[in-house]
Design a protein around this ligand. Sequence first.
Ligand code: NAP
Length: 241
Amino acid sequence: MRRVLILGGTAEARALAAELVERGVQVTSSLAGRVSNPRLPVGEVREGGFGGPQGLAAWLEQERPDALVDATHPFAARMTASAVEAARLAEIPLLVLCRPGWPEMPGEVRVPSLEAAAAELAAGDRVFLTTGRRSLPVFSGLSGVCFLARSVDPPAPPIPPNVHIILGRGPYTLEGELALIDEYRLTVLVTKDSGGELTKAKLAAARERGLKVITVARPPLPEGVTHVETVEAALRGIGVA
Ligand code: NAP
């Protein structure tokens, strides 16, 4: 194993890059280029889309890495589908590294989409919205519902009047999340089932304060894909543990 392309944008992708570099593997990490000041992994970094599966396949054919690891966020379904198709076209082994989701909490409402999450909200709700700045249009038309939306970068204007934005990037603490809930008198948490440690304090805080929790379920992984849940398993999966 001499060279690996990691499709990144997650803490696991950065951790995997660090482990591989330490083992003398040449790593190229790919970022979508959406965040203005991304946390960068060690090793070589490229930014921006490839131009669909054909573009990624062309990159793989030209660079011929020994393996492709898709370590993108569990909700980055287009990139994962593209990785599957490109790996097939270029005949490069693909491993998907996808952290486990959060365990379902008693009383939590699991929904299949952002739209279904919006349909669960009612006038008077004060919602902690943590589904990302690009999801705001799905929610902001609801009358009588107020939102505190947290995102890494500011959303594109115009920001609807019923949405208050705070900027932030994990890790978050239980104390910090409780303080936000109290300050903004929040009554509902809307989250994706992202999994991982960096942003899970909001769930414990919501439980402690008795918020209604609405969780958007993950898109399924493509059929037949080889998938692991941890960085250690990914290292074993590509034969460098
Ligand atoms: P997406 O909808 O699955 O991808 C849309 C397009 O963005 C892809 O088709 C691809 O363009 C490009 N792209 C995505 N990830 C890329 C990567 N790592 N390297 C190069 N191009 C990439 O993805 P998304 O949900 O917008 O997520 C974008 C990035 O943010 C990902 O890297 C993901 O790990 C990270 N992220 C996403 C979330 C989330 O909630 N979705 C949360 C945290 C971090 P082409 O088709 O042109 O190749």
